[in-house]
Ligand binder design. Sequence first.
Ligand SMILES: Nc1ncnc2c1ncn2[C@@H]1O[C@H](COP(=O)(O)OP(=O)(O)O)[C@@H](O)[C@H]1O
Ligand SMILES: [Mg+2]
Length: 227
Amino acid sequence: MADPVIRLRDAQLTLQGNAGPVDILRGITLEVARGETVGLVGPSGSGKSSLLMLMGGLERATGGLVQAMGQDLTALDEDALARFRLSHMGVVFQSFHLIPTMTALENVATPLELAGAPDAFARAAAELDRVGLAARRDHYPAQLSGGEQQRVALARAAAPRPAILLADEPTGNLDGATGQAIMDLLFGLRADHGATLVLVTHDPDLAQRCDRVIRLADGRLATEVAA
Ligand SMILES: Nc1ncnc2c1ncn2[C@@H]1O[C@H](COP(=O)(O)OP(=O)(O)O)[C@@H](O)[C@H]1O
Ligand SMILES: [Mg+2]
């Protein structure tokens, strides 16, 4: 692949469970090209979220190589990883991870402020507008439905226009029309900014719009099918 933005070579993740070590990812080798959109599918427990965490440097591989934009993520300490993510990556977690003591607007503005954007709050307001939440700016996460929290998380991840966006079931809590709007936002990031997208999904419509679908089974790559 000419210009891989994400590169894994025999990446492994073994975590300590109560009953001893658990092999969660068992040697994953893959590359994602710049501007490519990859759907990650597979049964529950197959390792999709864990793989996304490795790509985002949120879990450290216990073996093999994990590179993003040419940087070996396994070589960075926590601070350097956080800085790397702030400059290059947006992550939408399966459980959103919004900051409970901040309003929707403050949640979206925070990464922009950290990145030094002078107009962080105005931009955050515009992002909330794009996901249809203009009227919810001043609500706290606990005052929002699951689908609304998901849209805030997406706005927060997309606001800094990251080169890489990793999203865990980004349409999982949304109805058809809202899901469609979120998909348009995701694919707009690619069309307008050349972002590389890796999307964990159970949604056949979303998978179908990806350039490539990667299937996981029991911590390994199963068949790769063209979307
Ligand atoms: N912190 C952890 N400690 C031990 N096992 C874990 C941990 N996190 C996830 N697992 C296990 O790893 C496997 C893959 O989990 P996950 O990546 O969340 O799968 P998926 O997103 O495909 O449903 C599951 O069997 C899960 O129980
Ligand atoms: Mg998962």
